[in-house]
Design a protein around this ligand. Structure first.
Ligand code: IMP
Length: 428
C-alpha cells in the first residue's frame, strides 16, 4: 500500500492527467480532492477522446473506484454531462461515488463569478468563469448548498430563502438577472435524480479500503502556485491544490499518505493574470506556445509560456513535501539549440538576489530571472523509453532539475501517449 498524491507543481496544466492515467492502473481508488470544472483534461485511449472536468480519469480502467471528494465544488449540470458522455462511450460508471459534503456550484455562482471579474476592471484574476470562487466563498461563509442538501427539499428551500435574497441584492445592484427560489429548486431536483445513485459517504469506502491495505491515488487539480494560501495571491484559485489539500478534501488523515509526486512541465505555463517571473514575451515564448500547443483546455485561452523556474519548483517541493517529480513535455525542446533554467531571481531596483522564493507577491513585479543556459539536444526523443538512451544534454537537463530542486525526477514524459514515458522509479 503506497498512497500517493499527485499535485501540479506550477500553475496547473502540467500534464497531471497523463501521470494519473499512468498510475491509476496500479491504484485501487482514485480520488479528486479539490477544485471544480475549472479543471479540464483530455485523455485519448484506443482512438476515443474522453474529456474530464470532475471525474477522475481512473474511471477508464474497469473496476477502479473513483471518488469525488468533499473538497471539490460540483456543477451538477457539467457532472451529469460528463457521466452521460462516459456511458455513451461504453464506460462503466457504477464505481463512481460523490461525497454528500461537496459543495454545489449553482447558476448564481456563475453569474457572480462573471460579475466579480467585470467589476475588477484592470485587476482581473482571469478566472475560468466557472463559478469556482463564489462557490468556495459560500462554503467558507457557511451559506453553501452541499450535495446532500438537494435530497432534502425542505432544508434546501429554507436555505435558499436566506441565501438568494443576498445574491439577488448584489446582482440587482449591478443590473444583472436575479434568481427565483423555485428556479433553483427545480434545477437542483433535476440533477438530484440524475446524481442520486452516485452519492455515498466516501469516508466509509476509503476507511474500508485502508483497512484492507488498498492503494489510493489522490488527484490534485490546478497547481501549487494557484493555491489559495501558498500561491501568487490574489491571482490564484479558491482551493488548496497542494498535497495538504488531499487530506482535508478527502477526509483521509495525512498519516496514510506516503508519497507526493509533483508534476512539472520542462518549461512553465500560466493561464489567467498574475506574476510570472520567467515569462517569455518574445519569439522563444511563441515557439514554446506553438510546439507545446499551449491552449487552456477549459477556456481555450492561449497559455503564457516561460523557462523552467527552479526557484518556484524548490518552493513547490517544500510546500508539498515532494518525494518525486514527474517531468512532462521535455520533447517540446527537441528542436531548441539551447534551453534555460532560472536558478535565482534578482530585484531590478537594488540588485538583491533571491535564491529562495519570496512568498510575498508585491516584490514579484520587480524580479528578473537569473538563468543558467544549457545546450539543447536537437534530436527527436519521443521514441525513447530509457533514461540511459536519452541524449547526454537531455539527461543533463533532467539531472540539473533534480539537483536544483533536491527531488528525484522519477517519471519523464516524452510525448502525449501513455507509452511515451521514461520511468526511473515508479512511485506506486
Ligand atoms: P478560477 O479557478 O476559475 O477561479 O480561476 C482562478 C485562476 O486559476 C485563473 O488564473 C485561472 O486561469 C486559473 N485556473 C483555474 N483552473 C485552472 C486549471 O485547471 N489550469 C490552469 N489554470 C487554472
Amino acid at each position: 500500500m503506497t498512497n500517493v498524491v499527485i499535485v501540479g507543481g506550477q500553475w496547473g496544466d502540467e500534464g497531471k492527467a497523463k501521470v494519473i492515467d499512468l498510475l491509476s492502473e496500479k491504484a485501487d481508488i482514485v480520488i479528486r480532492y479539490q477544485g471544480g470544472c475549472n479543471a479540464g483534461h483530455t485523455v485519448v485511449t484506443d482512438g476515443k477522446i474522453y474529456k474530464f472536468h470532475l471525474i477522475p480519469s481512473g474511471i477508464l480502467y474497469p473496476g477502479k473506484i473513483c471518488l469525488i471528494g468533499n473538497g471539490t465544488v460540483i456543477n451538477p449540470e457539467v457532472l451529469s454531462i460528463e457521466i452521460d458522455n462516459l456511458i455513451e462511450k461504453g464506460i462503466d460508471t457504477s464505481n463512481l461515488y460523490i461525497s454528500p459534503l461537496a459543495h454545489l456550484t449553482l447558476p448564481y455562482h456563475l453569474a457572480l463569478d462573471e460579475l466579480s471579474e467585470e467589476s475588477l476592471q484592470h485587476n482581473k484574476i482571469g478566472t475560468t468563469k466557472r463559478g469556482i470562487g463564489p462557490t468556495y466563498i459560500d462554503k467558507i461563509g457557511r451559506t453553501g448548498i452541499r450535495v446532500e442538501d438537494i435530497f432534502e427539499k425542505e432544508a434546501l428551500s429554507s436555505k435558499l430563502e436566506i441565501i438568494l435574497p443576498q445574491k439577488n441584492m448584489i446582482l440587482e445592484h449591478y443590473g444583472k438577472k436575479t434568481y427565483e427560489k423555485q428556479e433553483i429548486i427545480e434545477f437542483c431536483e433535476k440533477y438530484a435524480e440524475k446524481l442520486g445513485p452516485y452519492v455515498k459517504d466516501i469516508s466509509e469506502i476509503t476507511y474500508n479500503a485502508l483497512k484492507q491495505g488498498q492503494t489510493i491515488l489522490f488527484e490534485g487539480a490546478q497547481g501549487t502556485m494557484l493555491d489559495i494560501d501558498h500561491g501568487t495571491y490574489p491571482y490564484v484559485t479558491s482551493s488548496n491544490p497542494i498535497s495538504a489539500g488531499a487530506s482535508t478534501g478527502s477526509g483521509i488523515g495525512f498519516t496514510h499518505i506516503r508519497k507526493v509526486v509533483g508534476v512539472f512541465k520542462a518549461y512553465v505555463t500560466r493561464v489567467g493574470e498574475g506574476p510570472f517571473i520567467t515569462e517569455l514575451n518574445d519569439d522563444e515564448g511563441g515557439k514554446l506556445q506553438e510546439i507545446g500547443q499551449e491552449f487552456g483546455t477549459t477556456t481555450g485561452r492561449k497559455r503564457r509560456c516561460g523557462w523552467f523556474d527552479s526557484v518556484g519548483a524548490r518552493y513547490s517541493a517544500m510546500i508539498n513535501g515532494l518525494t518525486g517529480i514527474a517531468l512532462t513535455k521535455i520533447d517540446v525542446f527537441d528542436s531548441f539549440e539551447q534551453v534555460k533554467i532560472c536558478t535565482a531571481y534578482q530585484d531590478r531596483r537594488n540588485g538583491k538576489v533571491y535564491e529562495n522564493y519570496p512568498s510575498g507577491t508585491y516584490v514579484h513585479k520587480y524580479l528578473e530571472p537569473v538563468y543558467e543556459t544549457m545546450p539543447g539536444w536537437q534530436q527527436d526523443i519521443t521514441g525513447i523509453r530509457e533514461f540511459s538512451d536519452l541524449p547526454g544534454n537531455a539527461q543533463e537537463f533532467i539531472l540539473k532539475i533534480e539537483s536544483l530542486t533536491g527531488v528525484p525526477v522519477e517519471i519523464t514524459s516524452v510525448g502525449p501517449g501513455r507509452e511515451q514515458t521514461i520511468i526511473r522509479n515508479c512511485p506506486i
